[in-house]
Write a protein that binds this ligand. Sequence first.
Ligand code: GTP
Length: 241
Amino acid sequence: MVTKKKAVYKRILLKLSGEALLGKQSSGVDPEVANFIAEEIKSLADLKVQICIVIGGGNIFRGLEASSKGMDRTSADYMGMLATVINSLALQSALEMRGIPTRVQSSIEMREIAEPFIQRKAIRHLEKGRIVIFAGGTGNPYFTTDTAASLRAMEINADVIMKATKVDGVYDSDPVKNKKAVMYKSISYIDVLTKNLKVMDATAISLCRDNNLPIVVFNMQKKGNIRRTICGEKIGTYVGG
Ligand code: GTP
């Protein structure tokens, strides 16, 4: 059911995992999933929320995994960053096919296909109702796309990071392996770090903690959940101070 409530946030950063785009495929982008995400975002139009998106690249290339198998870490991480650009373009295409104005800004300059990341321009795009997709991670090796999401959220003054996952929120143990795992309704940054809960990596969580930026972890595979989260329904886990 579509919630009729109003948005509790003015500006959000939506963090999607690359794996979410896999759908039924073993690699690459499943157009069905890209279309599902685009439809979910389209359905938010009446809320007038400013939206930016950071998407991972794990469906195409996992830098950390490749480096653990012997590839040079810096090269592997750059390959991962390029994978996020592919995903960003796929999502841009799915959104624009639905008439949603979108700009992709990349931290690694590739002007033929995306604007460079310029903080002031990104904010201007958001104010004009465009969705901004931040591609290329932070542009540096050794940082995850979760950290890129935290950094960009800070830079554009987002009210919240909405971290989309395959499960309903943050659990005390892996809910896929342990049927008795208990989901937290809310949890502090410090508990996420000390309990090693893998909401996002420690750098990303610390950045949010230092700047008091809340994170809501929620299940995006259920239709309407992005909207519910934006409207403040307590459907996932709230990570805060
Ligand atoms: P405003 O003028 O502020 O309304 O923003 P705008 O994005 O519509 O204007 P701009 O003239 O900057 O961009 C026009 C189009 O060109 C948009 O689709 C941009 O995404 C795109 N664009 C702007 N700069 C670049 C760039 O460096 N590389 C690429 N590939 N596209 C760009």
